[in-house]
Design a protein around this ligand. Structure first.
Ligand SMILES: Nc1ncnc2c1ncn2[C@@H]1O[C@H](COP(=O)(O)OP(=O)(O)OP(=O)(O)O)[C@@H](O)[C@H]1O
Ligand SMILES: [Mg+2]
Length: 472
């Protein structure tokens, strides 16, 4: 931004009226701009070939080539240059025509100096914002280029090749893999390497939306469709028009929404909740899951036809324990990423730390590794991580609490609070045992415990349980 702000704007004034050129130049020079003037469109074209202008301020009616022709020339050859057209007083039609042909703005003659200053300033601001936006876009693109997805593993390298190829198409992709294996990262890489990169990447986390609101979240609703629907609202599917819709944790899509999703997957059309108009949205769909969808189909909790519509181009990311060669690479990558930003000067990691990382099970995969490195960076005083905290034992102890009653009584803990803590402890241990028995399958645990899966998610978060470790 700073470099844009320091840049002195260049303006070309084109008018066959000398008095107008002189007056305008005086005003714009006072504003600190660099101003050139010419008396005809032909001279303007010559100037444009030699010099870069931020703005061309041109009269519409001139002898020889007129302002509109000049505008077209600028539009085709210098898309970064904005044009402000000067039209005769009262000729609103020509102003409209100039705007239609791509002028940024217009001024009517005789010009009011304040209006001239304001319109030029506004055009320059617009240009700065446009530039800032496009450099931000580039930053985002860079974040999701394949350079930032690290792997030496042969299977992963093959996956990268597939991902590059599929990015160029509009095919639906289903990304599978354990928690923390990089499913979202791959989904974004597909979007940002596709022709849709400048349009939206919209994520719907299917496990985080309450069942009753799911359809409205995805497809929108019309005013009055249900209690609380006090205005029309567009859904995520419409928001993603032209871009990519990422259906994350697709296994948790409520059964009631699957029929509508099927239609959407088939022809990208839907209607808003309570609406009758059919809406079509041009979206590319990417879905992700860490759940065994095939088992869910056999159990009857996931529709087979939905699965086939999603499983067009499946990508399965291997867990970290099957690509141990990536551990040193990823450790270095995260040290580089966080080493300085966390206020530390960490640059490297000791061989013994790497070797203890090589012997760990990594059930939380790359996310777990990322967090462990972040923690180690914060703890490290020098520039090398030597002390890395690898959990010794990744299975929770589920024995019942050996509550120390004497301490409780001595600390005057009321009986009801004591009972509450025992109940919470028991609840957590019950949940962990159930998760273990069902290999971390939330749907099965919810059914077994006879509560809905949102409650299970809430409890998991409350007790900070890492479900990944129970998944097989
Ligand atoms: N190959 C990789 N190179 C660098 N960073 C990675 C790689 N894979 C994953 N990560 C990082 O690990 C973290 C977890 O990745 P991501 O969120 O994509 O996983 P996920 O499979 O979607 O997990 P979950 O199933 O829990 O949602 C992110 O911070 C991501 O940037
Ligand atoms: Mg994810």
């Amino acid at each position: 931004m700073a470099s844009i702000a320091k840049h002195i704007a260049s303006i070309l004034v084109v008018d066959d009226d000398r008095a107008f050129r002189v007056a305008t130049t005086a005003v714009l020079n006072d504003e600190g701009y660099n101003v050139h003037t010419v008396a005809s469109a032909n001279e303007a074209i010559e100037k444009l070939g030699k010099h870069t202008y931020d703005i061309v301020l041109s009269d519409l009616v001139m002898a020889g080539m007129d302002g509109l022709q000049l505008l077209n020339h600028i539009h085709t050859n210098y898309s970064d240059t904005l044009t402000i057209m000067i039209t005769g007083y009262g000729s609103i039609e020509s102003a409209v025509e100039a705007m239609k042909s791509g002028a940024f703005d217009y001024l009517t003659k005789p010009c009011n100096n304040d209006e001239l200053r304001i319109k030029v300033r506004r055009a320059l601001e617009y240009k700065q914002n446009r530039q800032a936006l496009s450099s931000l876009r580039e930053e985002v693109h860079k974040l999701y280029t394949f350079h930032n997805i690290k792997s030496r593993n042969k299977k992963m390298r093959e996956i990268f090749e597939l991902v590059k190829k599929v990015s160029e198409t509009d095919v639906t992709v289903l990304i599978r893999g354990e928690t923390g294996t990089g499913k979202e990262l791959i989904a974004k890489a597909i979007h940002f390497n596709s022709s849709r990169r400048d349009k939206a990447f919209v994520t719907v986390n299917c496990s985080a939306i309450p069942d009753q609101l799911f359809e409205s979240e995805l497809f929108g609703h019309v005013k009055g469709a249900f209690t609380g629907a006090d205005k029309n609202r567009i859904g995520r599917a419409e928001e993603a028009d032209g871009g990519t819709l990422f259906l994350d944790e697709i296994a948790y899509i409520p059964p009631s929404a699957q029929t509508k999703l099927l239609r959407f997957l088939q022809d990208k059309s839907f209607d808003r909740v309570g609406g009758s108009e059919t809406i079509t949205s041009d979206v590319r769909i990417i879905a992700a899951t860490n759940q065994p969808l095939e088992d869910m189909i056999s159990e009857g909790t996931f529709r087979e036809d939905v699965f086939y519509r999603l499983n067009i181009f499946p990508i399965t990311l291997p867990p970290l324990r099957e690509r141990l060669e990536d551990i040193p690479l990823l450790a270095e990558h995260f040290i580089e990423k966080y080493g300085a930003t966390l206020g530390r000067n960490v640059k490297t990691i000791s061989p013994s730390s790497i070797s203890s990382m090589m012997n760990y099970s990594w059930k939380g995969n790359i996310r777990e590794l990322e967090n462990i490195i972040k923690r180690a960076i914060i703890k490290t005083e020098g520039d090398c991580i030597t002390d890395i905290d690898i959990p010794k034992n990744d299975v929770y102890d589920t024995s019942m609490p050996s509550s120390d009653l004497t301490t409780t009584v001595e600390n005057n803990i009321p009986f009801k609070d004591y009972m509450k803590s025992i109940a919470a402890d028991a609840e957590m241990k019950y949940l962990i045992t159930a998760l273990k028995a069902h290999n971390g399958n939330i749907n099965q645990v919810a059914r077994m415990m006879q509560v809905d899966r949102k409650t299970i998610y809430r409890k998991i978060a409350e007790y900070d349980i890492d479900v990944g470790q129970f998944r097989r």
